[in-house]
Design a protein around this ligand. Structure first.
Ligand SMILES: Cc1ncc(COP(=O)(O)O)c(C=O)c1O
Length: 385
C-alpha cells in the first residue's frame, strides 16, 4: 500500500539538499564552533553561513538571528526573556496561539504572582484576531508584550500581524509573532511585519527537527533562558548543534527560493480537495479568512475526527484530528472553541496539511477514501440506533 502524507503542519521530511548539506557535520567536520583549530573554524564558518541564509530568507541582518532548539524555545525566549527586562505589565496573546506561547504567557503571569497580567485577545468566527478587542486590551491596561501568530497551525488562518503591530507599538508594547507555520508558505518579511521579534522553525520547512531561530530587533534586551558559555551573543548558551543549524540555513534558503512554485501547486491541490469535501457536505473552518495555501481544516457532521483519522491511516493517508493538534487539551481544540464553533462539530475536526511531496492523484484518492469511510461509518451509526 502506498502511503500519502497529508500532515505537513505537524512536520516535514528533510529535503535531500538539506540532508546533503548536514551530513559532513556529523563526522568529517565535527568541530566545536568555539574551538580555535581548523575543525572549529570550519564549524564556525558553517554556523555563520547558516545565520546569513536564515537572515536573508526573512529580510533581516545576520546579527538579528538567535539559534534555538526549536520554535517552542524561541517563543519562550521572547516571552520570558523580554519580561525579564520590562516592568511588569500586561501580556496580550491571541486566544488561538500554540501552547508554547499560551503556556509560556500563563507561566509568566503565575510566576510573577499576578504582576504580569495575561490578556487573551478574542478572535472572530473565522479565527482572525478581533482588532477592536486589541484596542480594548491596549486601553484597559499598560501592555508590555503582545504575541500573535502569523498563521494558525490548525486552521491555517493568517493574522494581519502588521496592523496588530502598528496598534500595539502605539501603546509602547514589544510585539512578537510566531511564524513557525507561516514561514515557507506565505511571505514572512521581518521588516514588513513591523514586529520586534519573530519565530521560525526548521522541521516545518523540510529542515531538521530541533533547529529554529528567534529573529530580533537588535535594540531588544532579552534575559536568556539558558546560561553558560555565552553562545548566541549571550542569549542562548550551549554548544551549537552545527549539523542542525546548517540544515536550518539551507532549508530557509530553499523556502525563499521555492515559495511561489511550492504555494501555487499546493493551492491548486487544496482547491481540488475542498471542492470535493464541500461536495460531501463538509464544513471548512476559517473558509472566509485568508489562510495558508496548504491547510484545510474540515468536519463532516456526525463523524468523529479521531475515528476518521484512524480509518484514513489504515487506508494509507496521514492526517490529523483537531484533538491531535493540541497535546495540552486532548480531545478538544482550543482554537475552534475560541472561534465559537459548536463543540459537537469540533469533535469532528480533521486537518489536512499538504506539502511539496503531494500530488493531485493523491488528493483524488483521498477524497474517494473519505467518501467510502464516511459512508461506512454512517451505516454503522445507523445500525446502532
Ligand atoms: C504555530 C507553532 N508554533 C510553534 C511550534 C513549535 O515549534 P517546534 O516544534 O519547533 O518547537 C509549532 C509546532 O507545531 C507550531 O505549529
Amino acid at each position: 500500500m502506498t502511503y500519502a502524507y497529508f500532515d505537513h503542519n505537524a512536520t516535514t521530511a528533510v529535503d535531500d539538499a538539506v540532508l546533503d548539506a548536514m551530513l559532513p557535520y556529523f563526522q568529517k567536520e565535527y568541530g566545536n564552533a568555539s574551538s580555535r583549530h581548523a575543525l572549529g573554524i570550519a564549524a564556525r564558518r558553517a554556523v555563520n553561513q547558516a545565520r546569513e541564509q536564515v537572515a536573508d530568507s526573512v529580510g533581516a541582518q545576520p546579527a538579528q538571528v538567535v539559534f534555538t532548539s526549536g520554535g517552542s524555545e524561541a517563543n519562550n525566549l521572547f516571552i520570558q526573556g523580554a519580561a525579564g527586562y520590562l516592568k511588569p505589565a500586561q501580556i496580550a496573546v491571541s486566544s488561538v496561539e500554540h501552547p508554547c506561547v499560551m503556556r509560556s504567557a500563563q507561566e509568566l503571569a503565575r510566576n510573577s504572582r499576578g504582576s504580569w497580567k495575561l490578556r487573551r485577545l478574542a478572535v472572530d468566527n473565522q479565527g482572525q484576531v478581533d482588532l477592536g478587542d486589541l484596542d480594548n486590551a491596549m486601553l484597559e491596561q499598560q501592555s508590555g508584550l503582545v504575541s500573535v501568530m502569523l498563521a494558525n497551525n490548525e486552521t491555517g488562518v493568517i493574522q494581519d500581524v502588521a496592523a496588530i503591530a502598528q496598534k500595539a507599538r502605539a501603546y509602547g508594547a514589544w510585539v512578537h509573532t510566531d511564524a513557525v507555520q507561516a514561514f515557507g508558505k506565505i511571505p514572512a518579511d521581518f521588516a514588513s511585519l513591523n514586529v520586534h521579534a519573530m519565530t521560525l522553525s526548521g522541521h516545518k520547512i523540510y529542515g531538521p527537527k530541533g533547529a529554529a531561530a528567534l529573529i530580533i530587533d537588535k535594540r531588544l534586551l532579552l534575559k536568556p533562558l539558558i546560561y553558560g558559555g555565552g553562545h548566541e551573543n549571550g542569549l542562548r548558551s550551549g554548544t551549537e548543534n552545527v549539523p542542525a543549524i546548517v540544515g536550518l540555513g539551507v532549508a530557509c534558503g530553499l523556502a525563499k527560493a521555492r515559495l511561489t512554485e511550492r504555494t501555487t501547486r499546493i493551492l491548486a491541490m487544496r482547491s481540488q480537495l475542498e471542492q470535493g469535501l464541500i461536495g460531501m457536505g463538509a464544513v471548512i473552518f476559517g473558509l472566509g479568512a485568508p489562510r495558508l495555501p496548504n491547510t484545510c481544516y474540515f468536519a463532516l457532521a456526525g463523524i468523529e475526527g479521531d475515528t476518521l483519522v484512524v480509518r484514513l491511516d489504515k487506508a494509507g493517508f496521514a492526517v490529523a484530528s483537531g484533538a491531535a493538534c493540541s497535546s495540552v487539551n486532548p480531545g478538544r481544540s482550543h482554537v475552534l472553541e475560541a472561534m465559537g464553533i459548536d463543540p459537537t462539530l469540533t469533535r469532528c475536526a480533521v486537518r489536512v496539511s499538504l506539502g511539496s511531496d503531494n500530488s493531485p492523484a493523491q488528493v483524488e484518492n483521498f477524497l474517494r477514501a473519505v467518501g467510502s469511510v464516511a459512508q461506512e461509518l454512517k451505516r454503522i451509526s445507523m445500525l446502532a440506533i
